[in-house]
Design a protein around this ligand. Structure first.
Ligand SMILES: O=C(O)[C@H](O)[C@@H](O)[C@H](O)[C@H](O)COP(=O)(O)O
Length: 337
């Protein structure tokens, strides 16, 4: 098939390359000409385009335009593309858009007889070799038409052992892509996926931090007079090797996972992670998941706490903590140490 990949940064370029390797034609576009040329030289795209109009011109109808641009740029990109498109062309948003934006965009594009598909894409920088997990929303016949592309981008059934009881021809879910429902459904599933991602990451981070402090009994002399002393310091005399523990858990343990694999790799390279400052960004999906939980009236304790952890990591609790210290001083004359 033919496809225009708009946004050929790390993620878009790797996706393009996976398609090119399978014989698909991919016209790539980025705002800087050098990026486009680099991708042509790397063989990640079959040809480069100098503008969005040029992407459209190089494709035959019905055209497939796959967007891998930041969520904030999607509306603008679509507005610039629209004058060059024809009825039945298809826009796929493969980034991390809010699902409610998908619903709105699909409605607007329908007036121009342009089809819109939302595709939450997971896999990060490893996707070129591992494949991408795709969570898809849109019209049945359009999603079916795009099947060869989704199939090639997906990891394939061999990426995980088959679930007991599933037999016969593997479903698309077993191959790593799923038509989740109408417009927005793909990004809704990806949104919750990322909410879970925050929760899992926070669980590993907190657990490993408890292990890291298992030697606190040895540091009793460092604890200031205002802080409660460690009870039974003899119980906290362990210098844990976190690189080895995470490596250990990768094999046969209940908490093995890809996130753990990546943690083990990071800790092996830098046991104290001194190459990071611990300020953790968030792109929005964790917030949207918590918002959806509130709208639905369902509890999401872990996902909420994990989201607030990220805010705290960026010193957003600093003033609240000053208020605590101030009140403590006001009522008890307690000084900070
Ligand atoms: O599944 C994935 O590949 C990831 O979830 C990815 O899509 C994610 O958006 C970014 O890696 C960072 O997201 P945050 O900035 O919200 O941590």
């Amino acid at each position: 098939m033919e496809l225009g990949m708009i946004g050929i940064g790390r993620m878009g370029a790797n996706m393009a390359q996976r398609l090119v390797r399978d014989g698909h034609k991919v016209v790539g576009y980025a705002r800087t000409a050098k990026t486009v040329q680099d991708r042509v030289n790397e063989g990640a795209i079959t040809s480069g385009a100098t503008s969005l109009e040029d992407v459209v011109k190089q494709l035959s109808e019905p055209r497939i335009l796959w967007l891998m641009v930041p969520a904030a740029s999607v509306d603008d990109t679509i507005a610039q593309l629209l004058p060059h498109l024809s009825p039945n062309d298809i826009i796929v948003d493969g980034g991390n858009s809010h699902y409610q934006d998908d619903i709105r965009r699909a409605e607007e594009l329908k007036k121009h007889q342009i089809h819109y598909v939302d595709c939450g894409t997971s896999g990060g920088v490893w996707g070129l070799e591992r494949g991408y997990c795709e969570m898809i929303g849109g019209e049945d016949e359009i999603v079916a038409y795009l099947d060869p592309i989704f199939k090639r981008l997906a990891p394939g059934v061999e990426a995980a052992g088959r679930t007991e009881g599933r037999t016969g021809e593997p479903t698309t879910a077993e191959q790593g892509y799923l038509h989740c429902g109408p417009h927005g459904a793909g990004h809704f599933v990806k949104m919750v996926h990322n909410g879970i991602e925050y929760g899992l990451m926070a669980a590993y981070a907190e657990g490993l931090n408890v292990l890291r402090h298992a030697n606190i009994g040895k540091k009793q002399h460092l604890v200031d007079a205002e802080t409660a002393p460690v009870q039974n310091p003899e119980h906290y005399q362990y210098d844990m090797n976190l690189a080895d523990i995470t490596e250990l858990w990768r094999r046969g343990s209940v908490v093995s996972s890809w996130l753990l694999d990546l943690s083990a790799h990071a800790l092996m390279q830098s046991p104290d992670l001194s190459n990071f400052n611990g300020r953790v960004a968030d792109s929005g999906e964790g917030r949207w998941t918590v918002k959806a939980a509130i709208d639905e009236g369902v509890p999401a304790h872990v996902l909420s706490a994990a989201l607030y952890d990220r805010f705290e990591s960026r010193n957003e609790a600093e003033f609240a903590n000053k208020i605590l210290s101030a009140m403590r001083f006001e009522f008890g004359g307690h000084h900070e140490r």
